[in-house]
Design a protein around this ligand. Structure first.
Ligand code: MG
Length: 387
């Protein structure tokens, strides 16, 4: 029986993880859950999965949650950042699914590592912001970091049983998002609702917008650098509209290994929880005859400058990826409020990135300071161009 904590239980990954857990009650037990403001859904999850502790973002939400639960529901409720860290490091847990969206996932993931918990990592920002610190601390604590992101899970599976020194190149695949066929002119006019319609994956809003701008793939390049200890120059991106090959590796002899499957996050989530075992599920088998052909295309960085910006920040290293990520979070939030256009995203992020003086091998304080600085700079930049 594996005892599990989910950080971000009401999000897209959290819900899929609970679906996997709920179908395998003989294997998994939910120890702790952390959610933000979706108290209604968290209440349902508590009643179904009976965690020992939960965390919500504010005292107000904690009180609301307690009022909504019956007296016989035994669950300890924490709130605020300290409460979240409490839940992240809950003693009886074996593995923590880190699935909070955005930079808010970093500190609780570090708390879980510090407590010696294995991590099923769905929060790429943890690696983008603090890959050096996270990998160092995980090594020191003997903690396993198992990727949940479908591309990184694919690479992780391809590298299973392989000698690390034989790896030449990592090839991340990208669906291309809803706009990969659009011209730059068409991109100037796309709406928020168009952007939120991803052709292959059902995900949260922030990551869906990042997929449309290809920033998501850029963040994944940096995530891959730290997860697999690879130079950015040895990590390529290919557009693969069918989303069947989830990523590939190339070895020094020119052999490629690719991991394929239906695009459903429940597969990489379950693998992260059962690794190195596999588990039967109720998903349909991949029908390659029906799909017919698999295509691979070069991404157009002129059309999708966010990918180029992410490569630049990744190569620069230090705090540059922190700034990239923070600027993107603030810009995407402004786009969701219809304050800027889709094509402004990359312009804004670039403006902030060029003004930043990166610090090499940053401490956690340096990282948090760079994050804060980038948020302020981005807000100022947005005010200047807001619609
Ligand atoms: Mg991904």
């Amino acid at each position: 029986m594996k005892r599990i904590t989910i950080l971000g239980s009401t999000g897209s990954i959290g819900c899929s993880a609970l679906d996997v857990i709920g179908k395998n009650p003989e294997r998994f037990q939910v120890e702790a859950l952390a959610a933000g403001r979706n108290i209604k859904l968290l209440k349902k999850q508590i009643e179904k999965f009976r965690p020992k502790v939960v965390a919500v973002s504010t005292k107000e939400s904690a009180l609301k949650l307690r009022d909504s639960l019956t007296a016989k529901t035994k669950v300890k409720i924490f709130y605020n950042e300290e409460g979240l860290n409490e839940v992240a490091s809950f003693p009886s847990t074996d593995i923590v699914i880190s699935a909070i969206s955005g930079s808010a996932g970093l500190i609780p993931t570090l708390a879980a590592i510090e407590a010696g918990k294995d991590i099923a990592l769905a929060n790429k920002e943890t690696m983008v912001m603090a890959g050096e610190i996270v990998t160092k601390r995980a090594n020191k604590k003997g903690v396993k970091i198992i990727p949940v992101d479908s591309e990184h899970s694919a690479i992780f599976q391809c590298l299973e049983g392989q000698k690390r020194q034989n790896l030449r190149r990592i090839i991340l695949t990208a669906s291309g998002g809803p706009f990969f066929n659009f011209t730059r002119n068409q991109l100037k006019k796309v709406s928020l609702s168009q952007t939120l319609r991803h052709p292959k994956w059902k995900m949260g809003k922030k990551i869906t917008i990042d997929s449309a701008s290809m920033m998501n793939k850029g963040l994944e390049v940096i995530e891959a650098k730290w997860l697999f200890n690879m130079d950015i120059s040895a990590i390529d991106v290919l557009i693969h509209p069918q989303s069947i090959v989830h990523s590939m590796v190339e070895f020094i002899d020119g052999a490629f290994l690719a991991q394929m499957g239906v695009p459903d996050m429940k597969i990489p989530i379950a693998y992260a929880l059962t690794y190195p075992e596999r588990m039967i599920n109720d998903l349909p088998s991949l029908n390659l005859v029906k799909i017919g052909k698999l295509e691979f295309l070069k991404p157009d960085i002129k059309k999708f400058p966010c990918l180029g910006l992410a490569y630049a920040a990744g190569i620069c290293g230090g705090t540059a990826p922190v700034v990239l990520n923070a600027a993107d979070e603030v810009a995407v939030a402004a786009f969701m409020e219809n304050r800027i256009r889709f094509i402004n995203l990359s312009e804004i992020i670039e403006k902030v990135l060029v003004r930043h003086v990166s610090i090499n091998s940053p401490s956690l304080d340096d990282i948090l300071r760079a994050d804060l600085w980038a948020r302020k700079e981005t807000k100022k930049t947005i005010e200047r161009i807001a619609l």
